[in-house]
Write a protein that binds this ligand. Structure first.
Ligand code: MG
Length: 414
């Protein structure tokens, strides 16, 4: 079997409302590049990447010269072909490799008539539990609905998510407003959801001293962990010495070099594995094995997915023995999907691992066309800009917080 063609199609799929984070905002939609790898025997494998609000079509087109004629089963060969570690000093293609790996695993599963999780060691669970991923949100540009800014709005939103999806774990994305305001918001979340577990993530934007102050203030709550309170292994290590809550990261341990450093001199307790950041599902399985050896915790990170990437997260979640936390997903903020059957459903806070061959999801061509046309109309968006604060950029550690009392309407082009 050989790769015959690689196609990439950029789509934009609307969110319920714009999602605010420490570096800016997802402007009411995700931009994702959908990859199709076709083989000489007519199979089509699916991949996906994105997250920064920009198209990656041109990169995938340029890699046809590397991969046409390549056997999709030779995944390790492909890793060195397009993401050799020293060549990557000039041209880092880790995330591109991930999308191509998803597609090749999808092809192999179809060719062998097994789901991807069976290629990865076989499923240990049929459903993967997820956390509610709560963001501060601007209101939707068209309907004016969906704002989460006031603390009462946040508590009501989280309770509604629990009722709709069954979540018993809740994550709050912070780093937007002054830390004391977000502390009050997090405590309100805990009070509104008694018995449920919590996690907080300000995207590494605090000083170490602020991280220690916040961490100590929430020690009495039912925390899974405190995620990336500060950027950098040494800040995390200093925070960990002073705070009696596990620390987690998806920013300072995102490759095997950093994982080794963290095993030798631990700064982080829980590693959030991202099938894109780490360069594929198989890299995450390998990393989870290292974490199992060193008894570090493991969870699944979300970089903003549609159904294809969600399928990779589900197959990963199915095979990790040491997945002891609910996974993260932005998925419940989406209004639609580009896979057949539309959005996958949550039941009791979990999503079923697909059972069909390969990734177990198929493209809905009408939806792909519809959301490609929407992308052509709207273009990219700057993930690291805030539409309400032109020219603003956070520093690290940050002191340029948004004002929680600022209720001016936000104009987002749509
Ligand atoms: Mg994070």
């Amino acid at each position: 079997m050989q790769i015959r063609d690689i196609r990439a199609t950029t789509v934009t799929v609307p969110l319920e409302a714009p999602l605010r984070h420490a570096n800016g905002c997802h402007w009411g939609r995700f931009v994702r590049t959908i990859v199709e790898v076709e083989t000489d025997n007519g199979l089509i494998g699916l991949g996906e990447m994105g997250g920064g609000g920009e198209s990656a079509e041109a990169v995938f087109r340029s890699l046809k010269a590397y991969l046409v004629g390549h056997d999709p089963a030779r995944l390790e060969e492909m890793r060195f072909l397009i993401a050799n570690p020293t060549a990557s000093l000039y041209n880092n293609r880790t995330q591109v490799l991930a999308a191509l790996e998803f597609a090749c695993l999808d092809i192999l599963g179809q060719a062998w008539d097994v789901p991807v999780c069976d290629i990865l060691g076989g499923r240990l669970r049929d459903r993967v539990p997820f956390a509610s991923y709560c963001f501060f949100r601007y209101p939707d540009a068209q309907s004016g609905a969906g704002e989460v800014r006031a603390i009462e709005q946040l508590a009501a939103y989280a309770c509604d998510l629990k009722r709709r999806c069954g979540f018993t774990t809740h994550k709050l994305k912070g780093g937007v407003f002054p830390p004391d305001y977000e502390l009050e918001a997090y405590r309100a979340l805990a009070a509104a959801l008694p018995g449920d577990s919590l996690r907080f993530d300000p995207n590494g934007v605090w000083s170490t001293e602020q991280a220690i102050r916040f961490g100590q203030a929430i020690e009495g709550l039912r925390n899974d962990y405190l995620e990336d309170p500060v950027f950098g292994l040494n800040g995390m290590r200093r925070t960990r010495q002073m705070v009696r809550i596990p620390l987690a990261t998806n920013t300072v341990v995102v490759n095997f070099e950093q994982l080794a450093a963290n095993a030798l001199d631990t700064a982080v307790d829980v590693i959030l594995l991202d099938t894109t950041f780490w360069g594929g599902v198989r890299a995450c399985v390998k990393a989870a094995g290292v974490c199992e050896t060193f008894q570090l915790g493991v969870a699944v990170h979300s970089s903003g997915e549609l159904g294809i990437q969600l399928a990779t997260m589900l197959h990963l979640g199915a095979v990790l023995p040491n997945l002891s936390f609910a996974a993260d997903a932005h998925y419940h903020h989406l209004t639609d999907d580009i896979i057949e059957g539309g959005l996958m459903r949550y039941q009791d806070g979990a999503i079923a691992v697909p059972r069909g061959p390969g990734l177990g999801v198929r493209l809905d061509r009408d939806k792909l066309r519809q959301y490609h046309e929407l992308y052509q109309r709207l273009g990219n968006y700057p993930y690291d800009q805030d539409p309400a604060r032109p020219g603003w950029a956070p520093i690290v550690p940050n002191d340029r917080w948004a004002d929680p009392n600022d209720s001016r309407p936000v104009r987002i082009p749509y």
